[in-house]
Design a protein around this ligand. Structure first.
Ligand SMILES: [Zn+2]
Length: 338
């Protein structure tokens, strides 16, 4: 004949089964095993009441009912717990996990970092300046007098108050020289603006890295040495460089630098338009007028300067044929640079 001890034993067993249930399905099985109307272990005990002596029936019935309520409550609580923690019967540990999307560094940012890294190694430090400039820093101090035809080379965005969006990062050179004493050895990465028609080759916003060194006895040979070291570090060890005479108002003499095509090795390919050479930067010896403008003795000090377009270098390096891709924020494009 069943007794209160037996009820308590069944309840303990049932509660342990609830505690070890990992899914709603498991809980349903516990519910069936102990509370099913037909043949649940606890419900069956209640059915034996009629065989129990009448004086014991009341205590026994109350104990059995109490156990049933306790178990029902425990099951309900466990179900709630599983639902809120989403660990229900649909959990399939063999499914692949949810992967988090990993961002990527924009190719322009990456190329700027790589360029800077290369010049850090040669002892350059970084200087930055404002993107909204005065006419003085953007043109006049750099040897572009008001009527100088070179100003027509750059279509400028003018803003209120006679200010303008800088057309190159070279004004940072003037600002840095003004507040420093030689030797000054700086690179100036940053954003620049020109009022250009937007096409596959030009955009109204772009990036430049300029660099310069001013000290006693700086020569064109120092400039060549630094640029050869940079180009070989950045594009490849066996590159050739050539310097072509050019013109910039703030350097004299001025040169443009080509590297032998790193894709075809100079034999000619689509990237270099079958010329074997790629134009990558402009440079020269800082014009004495620029040094005089910042209060340096141009008889004593000389300096070199160079500047490169980051977009152009990124396009060459990653073989990108449309500059607009950098600014359209198409995730399919950006993703390729992970
Ligand atoms: Zn080539």
């Amino acid at each position: 004949m069943p007794g209160s001890n037996q009820i308590s034993a069944i309840l303990q067993q049932a509660l342990a089964a609830v505690a070890s249930s990992a899914s709603l399905k498991d809980l349903e099985a516990v519910d069936n095993r102990y509370l099913s109307r037909k043949n649940g272990l606890l419900t069956s005990i209640l059915k034996t009441l009629k065989d129990i002596p009448i004086e014991e029936r009341k205590t026994f019935g109350a104990a059995a009912n109490e156990a049933r309520l306790k178990l029902e409550e425990a099951i309900a609580q466990a179900q709630e717990g599983l639902r809120t923690s989403k660990r229900d019967s649909s959990l399939d540990p063999t499914l692949p996990g949810i992967s988090h999307k990993i961002g990527s560094i924009h190719p322009i940012t990456r190329v700027i970092e790589q360029i800077c890294q290369s010049f850090y190694g040669m002892g350059f430090t970084i200087a930055r300046g404002p993107e909204i400039e005065t006419d003085y820093y953007n043109f006049e101090a750099l040897n572009f007098p008001p009527d100088h035809p070179a100003r027509d080379m750059q279509d400028t965005f003018y803003v209120e108050g006679g200010l303008l969006l800088r057309t190159h990062t070279t004004p940072v050179q003037v600002r840095t020289l003004e507040k420093s004493k030689p030797p000054v050895k700086i690179i100036t990465p940053g954003k620049t603006f020109r009022n250009e028609a937007i096409s596959t080759r030009s955009y109204c916003v772009f990036h430049q890295v300029d660099g310069f060194l001013v000290d006693e006895g700086v020569t064109m040979a120092d400039l060549k040495g630094v640029l050869v070291a940079f180009c070989r570090d950045f594009f490849g060890e066996d590159l050739k460089l050539r310097f072509r005479p050019s013109f910039f108002p703030f350097t004299e003499p001025s040169a443009e630098v080509d590297i032998s095509c790193f894709l075809c090795g100079g034999k000619g390919c689509q990237l270099c338009k079958y010329e074997g050479w790629l134009e990558i930067l402009g440079c020269g010896m800082i014009d004495p007028n620029v040094l005089n403008n910042v209060g340096y003795d141009s008889e004593k000090y000389t300096g070199y300067a160079f500047g490169m377009g980051v977009e152009r270098i990124a396009m060459l390096k990653y073989k990108i044929n449309d500059v607009r891709l950098f600014y359209e924020n198409d995730i399919r494009f950006i993703r390729q640079f992970r």
